[in-house]
Design a protein around this ligand. Structure first.
Ligand code: NDP
Length: 455
């Protein structure tokens, strides 16, 4: 059977698709995981609507529009020339210019960036803003690198990337290890090479075209989404015990907002271990972590050394009791064993701050245990939504005030929650957030793809 036959009439052949995907992209396990997670939720739509099969929508979306890969050369502080690899995956541009972050981490590979770009396309669709999906990054490890080395690496990265991006073409932003410092260096090099000043990167400092609330948006948006989940279940955040993993941008802003709204965040973590604070991190603790000199694990350990909490070396937070878990570090950080422990200890809500932090097996455990679980493409969409608002402000040369943008962020998260409820509500009253988000995101992208013809 040819692939065209397998995926069209009379029904969608899911096993044949899975086989095609794994044979076509061998070893790209993260990418397979992301595609299959979506596919399992939208399969009934593919069976029901012949148009999706005839148009081969799923196969078209499983192939990014293009992948740009390049070499980065830069000089370290010892005068040694270093070589890294960089990529930009432009996944889908059917609902707007490519939009998605840049990640610098030794685990970055084509598979990781393809999964992130794939997720980004549907996430961006859920925001209701005109943004396509993309993602980029490098296997560069910034740990232990000086400020000068970071700057030279960012400049080397942009020397190649600049020819592929633009304010209406592809607008990168930050992600793991790419914060406002790196965006500043990347933007500076872009501006010098392009010889014009525009909104080609988001997450910029306020002094040069950045937006209020962008820094906080992913973490705050996650908590606004969580509040909607709790409200839908007739509950509130007040007094609830919350586990947060990670100690970066997303984790700390999520923890800050939970603490502000009366929830009790008892953990933050890094790749080195977990800091457990029984009485909960206060807003002052989180502010110290947000504004201090030290980053991530070092900052958490310093807090423990000051007598604030217990440092659990090499441990994740998932063995601690909680009602709510917010994984905010990285992909596949929460496995099925962790999910079982969470369920047995009374966890009832999981909302993803990171992208795909839960393995497929962990998601099955949540489903079986009746835990309400929000996928990152819905619950962490606040960051890209604010990036969309930064693009709007840059295009019209305006800067909106903080409070107005915070209100807009909350409204966007509420609308995404409504879409999940509309497409994910079950007869027994359970809300299957992942299914709801996948159906709503997929339908939006598929309609735009079909309407624009073959090409
Ligand atoms: P940061 O670089 O600010 O922080 C990442 C945090 O995660 C650090 O505490 C880091 O610890 C930890 N971490 C990274 N890798 C691992 C690992 N392999 N095991 C355990 N801990 C790890 O990144 P962000 O907060 O920006 O991003 C976190 C997640 O949120 C990512 O999945 C990202 O894609 C997602 N996201 C981010 C958005 C944003 O606006 N920034 C938007 C939407 C999603 P350590 O320093 O020890 O490695």
């Amino acid at each position: 059977m040819s692939t065209a036959e397998s995926f069209s009439a009379p029904g969608f052949d899911l096993p044949a698709f899975e086989e095609w995907l794994t044979m076509r992209t061998p070893g790209q396990t993260e990418f397979h995981q992301a595609v299959l997670e979506l596919l399992h939720d939208i399969e009934p739509l593919l069976q029901e609507r012949a148009e999706y099969r005839i148009q081969n929508v799923m196969q078209r979306l499983a192939e990014p529009d293009r992948i740009i890969s390049f070499r980065i050369t830069w000089v370290d502080d010892e005068g040694q020339v270093q070589v890294n690899r960089g990529w930009r995956v432009q996944h889908s541009g059917v609902i707007g210019p490519y939009k998605g972050g840049i990640r610098f981490h030794p685990t970055v590979s084509e598979s990781v960036l393809k999964f992130l770009a794939f997720e980004q396309t549907f996430k961006n669709a859920l925001t209701g803003l005109a943004m396509g999906g993309g993602k980029g990054g490098s296997d560069f490890d910034p740990r232990g690198r000086s400020d000068g080395e970071i700057m030279r690496f960012c400049q080397g990265f942009m020397r190649e990337l600049h020819r592929h991006i633009g304010a209406t073409t592809d607008i990168p932003a930050g992600d793991i290890n790419v914060g406002s410092r790196e965006i500043g260096y990347l933007f500076g090099e872009y501006r010098r090479l392009a010889n014009h000043f525009d909104g080609t990167l988001t997450g910029k400092n306020l002094e040069f075209g950045g937006s209020h609330v962008r820094l906080e948006a992913t973490g705050f948006g996650l908590v606004y989404f969580l509040q909607e989940m709790l409200k839908a279940a007739g509950e509130s955040l007040e007094g609830k015990q919350v586990l947060v993993s990670g100690a970066g941008n997303v984790a700390l802003h999520a923890a800050r907002k939970v603490a502000e709204l009366g929830g009790k965040v008892v953990s933050l973590s890094s790749s080195e271990g977990t800091l457990f604070v029984q009485d909960g991190f206060g807003t002052a603790d989180v502010d110290q972590l947000l504004h201090g000199e030290l980053r991530s694990g070092a900052a958490l350990r310093a807090l423990a050394e000051q007598g604030r909490g217990e440092w659990l070396a090499k441990q994740t937070p998932w063995s601690l009791p909680c009602q709510i878990a917010l994984p905010c570090a990285t992909q596949n950080e929460l496995e099925d064993g962790d999910a079982q422990t969470l369920a047995s200890q009374g966890c009832r809500f999981v909302a993803e701050g990171a992208n795909m932090p839960c393995t497929a097996a962990a998601l099955r455990v949540f489903e079986d245990a009746g835990i309400r679980h929000a996928p990152g493409k819905a619950s962490n969409a606040g960051g890209v939504a604010l990036s969309g608002l930064e693009m709007h402000q840059n295009a019209s040369f305006i800067s909106l005030p903080y409070d107005e943008l915070d209100v807009q962020l909350r409204a966007i998260m509420q609308r995404i929650h409504e879409k999940c409820v509309e497409h994910g509500s079950q007869n027994d009253g359970f809300i299957h957030y992942r299914r709801g988000a996948n159906i709503a995101g997929f339908e939006h992208v598929a309609k735009a793809l079909i309407a624009q013809g073959i090409g």
